[in-house]
Design a protein around this ligand. Structure first.
Ligand code: MG
Ligand code: MG
Length: 265
């Protein structure tokens, strides 16, 4: 059953789809396939591996687990993974020509469709040893996701998530991408509400049980500004400094955040 939250509950956003307990269980299964895939990819990331190799491995495992890669064909995207290296922020296209080099960082974003529901999660990994400030960028970005998840409490607003992420990132001397945001997720990959990683005012949806949110801070070492390359997909930082990205799909419950894409649940 799909029930839409009342306008009063969601801060006026009538388009937010509230999931039943059974639907959240299915979403957990979809997200656990994503989590298992990312865990497998983590073991493959190494010097000399191409982003094409990673894409193929993810697609094969996903199909074996009876799920469908969600990004392939989405608005014409050619890969199963979004793989974004160094100054690439998000939406990098897997390529046989892109070999990982020592000192790179690689963001791997993966989504699947399983029994009618989507899972979506991303990690950023170092390839061998990376510079100290780059290692810190990864730590701070993952921490900012955790700070955002801590705000997934009934009665809070989406803006509380945004504020927590921005405060941690900017307090650490990095910047938050504004052009791309997190999103609700369910039987569609991208649902309402948008979840910006920066504060734009309090007038945002209030969190109610049954909402599922894909929270995904994209954090830049330098300017927050980004641009899209001529391939129509790859987003890079304006100043070519590195960028990191972590994402979890999180259900709002009376007991607090339930991180559906965590390996630990
Ligand atoms: Mg994603
Ligand atoms: Mg997402």
């Amino acid at each position: 059953m799909i029930v839409t939250a009342s306008a009063a509950d969601t801060g006026g956003n009538k388009n937010i789809v509230i999931k039943t307990a059974d639907e959240i269980l299915l979403m957990k299964e979809a997200n656990q396939i994503v989590a298992a895939s990312l865990a497998m990819l983590r073991t493959l990331v190494d010097v000399g591996v191409t982003t094409w190799d990673l894409d193929k491995a993810a697609e094969d495992l996903c199909i074996k687990m009876k799920a469908k890669p969600a990004f392939k064909g989405y608005r014409g995207f050619p890969g199963s993974l979004c793989v974004s290296i160094n100054e690439e922020v998000v939406h990098g296209i897997p390529s046989r020509k892109k070999k990982l080099r020592k000192g790179d960082i690689i963001s791997i974003d993966f989504g699947v469709l399983f029994r009618g529901f989507y899972g979506d999660s991303a990690i950023t990994l170092p390839v061998g040893n990376v510079k100290e400030d780059v290692a810190r960028l990864l730590v701070v970005t993952e921490e900012s996701l955790e700070k955002g998840i801590e705000q997934v409490v009934v009665g809070n607003r989406v803006s509380d998530i945004s504020k927590a992420i921005q405060a941690h990132v900017e307090g650490s001397g990095f910047s938050v991408v504004r052009q791309f945001v997190g999103h609700g997720i369910g039987s569609a990959l991208h649902e309402a509400p948008e979840i910006p990683n920066f504060f734009q005012g309090e007038r945002t949806a209030r969190l109610v049980p049954g909402m599922v949110l894909a929270i995904e801070p994209m954090v830049n070492m330098g300017t927050y500004k980004v641009k899209v390359l001529r391939d129509g997909w790859t987003v890079i930082t304006d100043d070519k400094k590195p960028s990191a990205h972590f994402e979890h799909s999180v259900a709002v419950t009376e007991k607090g955040p339930l991180v559906l894409s965590s390996r630990e649940i």
